[in-house]
Design a protein around this ligand. Structure first.
Ligand code: DON
Length: 319
């Protein structure tokens, strides 16, 4: 696996070379057909298991793609990173640390036991409990206003209006009893202070937004660029919020596999069960990868491999 590890110093290679390396990473990761498409959300089971897209967007806007970089998929848990950034921007560092937490649970993303073991604390914003607690804090009060805020905010990260996948939303709404239970549990501990079921609904919508690997790379590049979208030039969140968000991604973005991810790839990242992964090389670039086959922790196999390859050959590992 350890092809030509490049030192993490200096700038990226010239764009022609990055173009070639993105194609190389794609071809290399494509050889791995292991893993299984998520099926606990019925609509996700219909995904083409062989779809695979890769995109790097540099902080100057330079864009490099391979494969199905413009194929749509539901953002799923990748949304957690960006909703967290938006909520941090509203509430500030101390409040989100106290209310949502920043520590890894060591347990699966949808664990109920993790909440119980921690006295009702959601622990971190990247597991479902913490993401639900985060969405509950989205400004607006009424669920429709909160949803408008989330959709608009994630669209500003992507630099284009993001739309809902109605089929995924309906499918997940019909099967999200576990998230409803987690939200009720958090309510019982006073960790969600509003009606929890509308919170689950806004969360389910945010997970059902359609993105492409290119969108995800732009969203990551916005975090890499200190909160300014490199394509639109718009400031979406502050530089301080980017730092806080990236720290949480480094420790919890790949759930109980976050340590292995950091050890191999050395960058903050966030996965989603539709097969997407966003990775952020601070000051350099965002990487978007999409391939539906997942490992047992719910992380895309090909997306992890392609991102690891790029981290090594581009010298992105921050350590
Ligand atoms: O709440 C859920 O279970 C899904 N909407 C999102 C889970 C997810 O993406 C986990 N990631 N790998």
């Amino acid at each position: 696996d350890h092809v030509g590890q490049r030192a993490a110093t200096g700038a990226l290679p010239p764009w022609q070379r990055v173009d070639e390396l993105v194609l190389e990473a794609y071809a290399w990761a494509r050889q791995d057909a292991s893993g299984a498409v998520a099926d606990y959300i019925p609509a996700l089971a219909q995904a083409d298991p062989d779809a695979f897209g890769l995109c790097v967007v540099e902080v100057d806007g330079g864009t490099h793609t391979a494969g199905d970089a413009d194929a749509g998929f539901s953002i799923q848990s990748i949304s957690k990173a960006f909703v967290y950034a938006l909520v941090c921007d509203e509430l500030g560092h101390a409040a989100v640390r106290e209310r949502i937490g920043v520590n890894n649970t060591g347990l699966a993303f949808n664990s109920v036991v993790a909440v119980e073991l921690n006295g009702g604390h959601p622990m971190n914003p990247m597991v479902n409990a913490g993401a639900l607690a985060t969405t509950a804090l989205v400004p607006g009060g009424a669920p429709d206003e909160q949803w408008a805020y989330v959709q608009d905010g994630l669209s500003r990260f992507a630099g284009r209006p993001l739309a809902l996948d109605d089929e995924v939303y309906a499918s997940e709404s019909a099967t999200n009893q576990r998230n409803q239970a987690i939200a009720r549990l958090l309510e019982s501990y006073g960790r969600i202070e509003v009606d929890p079921l509308p919170v689950v609904d806004v969360y389910t919508r945010q997970c059902s937004l359609v993105v492409t690997a290119r969108d995800v790379a732009v969203m990551g590049a916005t975090l890499a660029d200190g909160g300014v979208n490199p394509l639109t030039g718009e400031r979406v969140v502050s530089a301080e919020v980017c730092r806080d968000t990236l720290a949480v991604l480094a420790s919890t973005g790949l759930y109980e596999r976050s340590g292995e991810w950091l050890f191999e790839i050395g960058l903050p990242g966030k996965s989603g069960v539709a097969g997407g992964i966003v990775t952020v090389a601070p000051g350099k670039a965002g990487i978007g990868a999409f391939a539906p086959r997942l490992d047992p922790a719910g992380n895309s196999v090909r997306a992890q491999r392609a991102t690891g390859y790029l981290s090594r050959v581009l010298g992105l590992n921050v350590f």
